[in-house]
Design a binder for this molecule. Structure first.
Ligand SMILES: Nc1nc2c(ncn2[C@@H]2O[C@H](COP(=O)(O)OP(=O)(O)OP(=O)(O)O)[C@@H](O)[C@H]2O)c(=O)[nH]1
Ligand SMILES: [Mg+2]
Length: 412
């Protein structure tokens, strides 16, 4: 276990130093004000037993721990009174504690750390409220939109220190809109080979049908071909084949051991080839093979990541497909989302251009070009609806448990 003392001007800086140097698993053992700032003592790679011992030392008013009664081991975990202390300092508490006690100590340390971090965050927040009330208001607005903390802070950093009340409310939204990367206008009309990738059930196949129909509005259906690589989910191919029949577009199924490049060569007379991929969890091992297969085609294939606005972990999804250097992103299921801060943070953080958004299942009506201002407006409306839902909930709770009115209070 490495214990280190950090001194910084503010608690926030100290925590940042701890995080930078010791990583997110560092345990904060103590903090106190010192001349010129704060001092934080933090530990990393901690052994629960040692940390317990260290904590006792740190929390004791006497810096020297009381001398331990010498103990000796005659069998693992069974101390005998009156014998000499084991040479290794870590052996002592580890041997004295059972694995159950260690687990308990670990849990206690974990909850202490959480508590301490919450208290520090609370202290920092209160200090910020006093010194920079405008910044707090901005951070609160952006937090209600569900944006990642790092993005919210960086937008708040961009705000001028003094602002009219109205501007303080609208400027962060404009700054957010300015950061949303929007791809080139209607890129599907450029044609080429385009693959949609993303987790299961986010709407890849439906979006392929929407994009094919959109392209067909400006071209002939026979300029298009659909290709499916999905040999994993039962019914996946049939879904694309039925869209193909509806649109009058041929569908080619390419098996995992088939040469995708050769199939694309045969389709080189088509203006647009849309490739539907199998949806997999980003932790699935076969996903790497699928990404590899697409990656081998190089710049000949453009990929778009499909994110569902109501799904969790968009940042992880985007990072999982980063090796394909996607040309953009399609954000689906906006009609089902209750908050879109996370996908917006993911596309901003990973500088992934948003190209299309989908507000429903209808082909092709529910596919639209992405607009930054409209997305911010949508985020604001969802945040307002969420606040209203919480209010409704508290009213419902109050009404569901009415305070009984006694006869005396009626007649009083
Ligand atoms: N509400 C809503 N539903 C959508 C939207 N896009 C697709 N869906 C529905 O989501 C479900 C899954 O869509 P698919 O297109 O099959 O999704 P997928 O990504 O191809 O799924 P897998 O191939 O299993 O990975 C279907 O019921 C679609 O109709 C949308 O924008 N809004
Ligand atoms: Mg599909």
């Amino acid at each position: 276990m490495k214990i280190k003392r950090f001194v910084a001007k503010s608690m926030r800086d100290a925590i940042r130093q701890v995080r930078d140097e010791q990583g997110p698993d560092a345990v904060i053992l103590s903090n106190r004000r010192v001349p010129g700032g704060v001092e934080v003592v933090a530990a990393t790679d901690y052994d629960a037993a040692l940390a317990h011992q260290a904590l006792r030392q740190f929390s004791s008013p006497d810096p020297q721990p009381p001398p331990e009664k010498p103990k000796k081991l005659n069998a693992p975990g069974r101390p005998v009174e009156g014998a000499s202390v084991a040479a290794s300092p870590s052996a002592l508490p580890a041997a004295a504690a059972t694995s159950g006690e260690l687990a308990l100590m670990q849990r206690e340390l974990g909850s202490m750390r959480k508590l301490l971090e919450e208290q520090l965050a609370g202290m920092h927040w209160n200090e910020l409220k006093r010194i920079q009330p405008h910044r707090v208001a901005v951070l609160r607005t952006l937090d209600q939109l569900g944006l990642a903390a790092e993005l919210a802070n960086s937008i708040a950093d961009e705000m001028p220190l003094k602002l009219e009340a109205e501007a303080a409310q609208t400027l962060p939204l404009s700054l957010l809109a300015r950061r949303i990367p929007i791809g080139p206008q209607d890129p599907i009309l450029d044609g080429g080979v385009v693959a949609l990738v993303g987790p299961t059930g986010v709407g890849k196949t439906t979006t392929i049908a929407k994009l094919a129909a959109r392209f067909a509005q400006h071209n002939r259906a026979r300029d298009i071909a659909l290709v499916t690589l999905d040999h994993y989910r039962i019914g996946a191919q049939e879904q694309l084949f039925s869209y193909g029949r509806l649109l009058g577009v041929p569908v080619h199924s390419v098996a995992p051991n088939q040469d995708l490049g050769a199939v694309l060569d045969q389709l080189s007379d088509r203006k647009l080839v849309l490739v539907d991929t199998a949806g997999m969890s980003q932790r699935d091992r076969t996903l790497a093979q699928q990404i590899d297969r697409l990656g081998k085609l190089g710049p000949r294939l453009r990929s778009y990541v499909v994110l569902a606005a109501n799904a969790s972990g968009p940042d992880e999804v985007v990072r999982r497909f980063a090796s394909l250097k996607p040309s953009g992103c399609v954000l689906t299921k906006l009609d089902e989302a209750s908050c879109i801060g996370a996908p917006l943070s993911a596309v901003i953080g990973n500088v992934l251009p948003l190209s299309y958004v989908a507000y429903g299942q209808r082909v092709p009506e529910d596919l639209h070009l992405a607009h930054a201002d409209r997305l911010v407006l949508c985020a604001v409306q969802l945040a307002r609806a969420a606040v209203k839902a919480v209010d409704d909930q508290s009213v419902a709770q109050r009404l569901a448990n009415p305070v009984p009115i006694s006869a005396s209070s009626i007649h009083a």
